[in-house]
Design a protein around this ligand. Sequence first.
Ligand code: GDP
Length: 524
Amino acid sequence: MGFKEEIKRRRTFGIISHPDAGKTTLTEKLLLFGGAIHVAGAVKSNKIKKTATSDFMEIERQRGISVATSVMGFEYKGHKINILDTPGHQDFAEDTFRTLTACDSVIIVIDVAKGVEAQTRKLMQVCRMRKTPVIVFINKMDRSGKDAFDLLDEIETELQISVNPLSWPINMGPDFKGVYNIYQKNLSLFTPATQTIQETIEFDDLSNPKLEEYIGDDAEILREEIELVSGVYPELDLQEYLDAKIAPVFFGSALNNFGVRELLDAFIQIAPSPRPCQTVERVIEPTEEKFSGFIFKIHANMDPNHRDRIAFVKIVSGVFRRNTAYLHVRNGKKLKFSSPTAFMAEKKSIIEEAYPGDIVGLHDTGNFKIGDTLTEGEKINFKGIPSFSPELFKYIENADPMKSKQLAKGVDQLMDEGVAQLFTSQFNGRKVIGTVGALQFEVIEYRLLHEYSASCRWEHINLHKACWIKSNDEEQLTEFKKAKFQFIAKDKHGRDVFLADSSYMLQMAQNNYPKLEFHFTSEF
Ligand code: GDP
């Protein structure tokens, strides 16, 4: 197969949802279709149930042993599919944001009874920002939930995207009969089953009285609803989906393995193959001959005896080859990788080469941080992996004077992994850790102790938000920094950060210094 065909047949995507909507279940069913697993229950949920650090650590340890769960690759009908795992817990939303930068498209799972939930809304914001094409899967149709039309309206309003149903449910809950597949003009009848795959019935003319034989009285309702649907929602314009303006919608029940094949079959047809990627310097096309890629995730080994890490690189262009020297653009070093790993469902294996869209795990001894670029020599820097304004802050102090080096190293590496952000106060030189979730402080403390033998102590600091500041007006910038000297810090890259202690203070600053830009993501 040629290079271009390899690119064309790849689909790299993430599944996102509010916890409990059915992301894990859907992932598992997709893997079943791909023959990547053979029994249900094989995919470990990455859910943190007790919101406790111990629980998180347990999950991380399991995942550390089987990092394969980070990326699940499989073959389906001639396509190479890569599903990227995203943490569901809101405290780890930033991990999910970063993983989304490596996704060429996204499937959003929505619980038919609960509709659009908080986490879905947040993640969709990121998709909108990045113009990632999304497909919506409305799950749990075997349970009573919201009316399909109402739900579609809710999605349009809440997620700020137009929708276009490609399948339509026939009743729901205990009376759920199945779905009519508008896209492929066939009928799938529902029978609760978790392991089998339902057959579909070709059915392109709904006025055919045979419909009554299959679904009885619901036939008339279906006809009316489909007529309504075709009136309200014109035929899907693929380009609009690819431009992230319209989200195709499917209905089903992941648990019952129902509607999943329709979803997957449409997905391989319409979802984008690897897309061009923006660097600071220029746009990189996947078909360019020279290899390039970026690190979007770093996975630490939780085993203290093996303190290595795995850096996940998304291949953007060209062919990545084993044992070939590539330029690590940020530090100017050439690096070779003797055991790059690829992930096929449950197992990982060393690969010789990988194509755009693929995710490769690189053994890392501390060279990488999130956002790093690898190339064959060109000095480009991929964009789009911003840090977000943290909202929780604590001073970090060394609790063991004998271990200050270990602490510094640990903090440094954990920040590279993207666990949290470090700010150094320009006022008193103290180090402030900022996070998006409360759990991270416990995670940092635990990991510093177990992986670096360092002890830290947290001290309260009253802060509302950190934002990056910039101005073309040097004078006003200097004036601001002088006036707010107690609240000025540097981030890890030496950029100026304003640590506002209240929303009022932030607002006042924005009003009083109109020539200053206040940024809430690190990339602007
Ligand atoms: P996640 O948090 O989004 O990964 O959700 P899970 O996949 O773990 O599912 C949450 C719960 O919903 C589990 O108990 C599943 O068995 C259940 N579930 C998933 N899909 C369906 C479905 O189609 N119907 C019903 N009734 N339950 C489902």
